[in-house]
Design a binder for this molecule. Structure first.
Ligand SMILES: N[C@@H](CCC(=O)N[C@@H](CS)C(=O)NCC(=O)O)C(=O)O
Length: 196
């Protein structure tokens, strides 16, 4: 299995989830600005969409889109079911919320020109974190156990920290708890995001 990623992007979510699930894919680093791979190569030839993440299975099948990749990872390992039936609908609801209501506006707020548009988008993202802090009444987003949705939200909270966004204290505690998990520490190290 190969996992195409770029450090500290939304692809970190899948990286953490793969690690937590016990998969050890070959990690292929992509420069999303030039759309090239670390071994000389054109990433557009791998993924015509040009963006990360992309999961390539050993039989050559490829899967893109965070929601689809994270759902696949959740199904692929007993680590994410803990012997219970997974609520795929609730998980997809949360992944879709993070993807379209947090990740996408966040990206636009980083790259769109225009201070007003940036500020409106960051207020929108901040309001999503407030919403999540209000509904978070269990240790993790979907209950007592870490889920792929937590991996995704953690990455968004890293972006919030990098952009000095004000987020509620409960969600900071949650972020720090997730950050201490061994799978998260290992993924951060593999992406070169922690001092050696
Ligand atoms: N809809 C895609 C969006 C992925 C995405 O926005 N990837 C960003 C990094 S967080 C990227 O590679 N951007 C480079 C580009 O769009 O060219 C998904 O959810 O997987």
């Amino acid at each position: 299995m190969k996992y195409f990623y770029s450090p500290d992007t939304c692809a970190l979510a899948g990286h953490i989830a793969l690690t937590e699930a016990g998969h050890s894919p070959e990690l292929i680093k992509v420069d999303v600005f030039t759309r090239t791979i670390n071994e000389p190569g054109d990433y557009n030839a791998v993924n015509p969409k040009g963006y990360v993440p992309l999961l390539e299975f050993d039989d050559g099948r490829k899967l893109t889109e965070n929601v689809a990749i994270l759902n696949w990872i959740a199904r692929s390992s007993p680590r994410f079911s803990n012997g219970k039936e997974q609520d795929i609908d609730r998980q997809t609801e949360m992944l879709a919320f993070i993807s379209s209501e947090i990740q996408k506006p966040f990206v636009f707020s980083f790259f769109l020109p225009g201070d007003e548009a940036k500020s409106d988008l960051s207020k929108m993202v901040a309001s999503r974190f407030v919403y999540l802090s209000e509904v978070l009444d269990t240790p993790f987003l979907l209950g007592d156990d870490f889920s792929v949705a937590d991996a995704f939200l953690y990455v968004m909270l890293r972006w919030a920290r990098m952009s000095n966004m004000d987020v509620p204290p409960q969600i900071i505690d949650y972020r720090d708890r997730v950050e201490r998990m061994p799978s998260v520490q290992r993924s951060l190290t593999e992406e070169g995001l922690l001092a050696a």
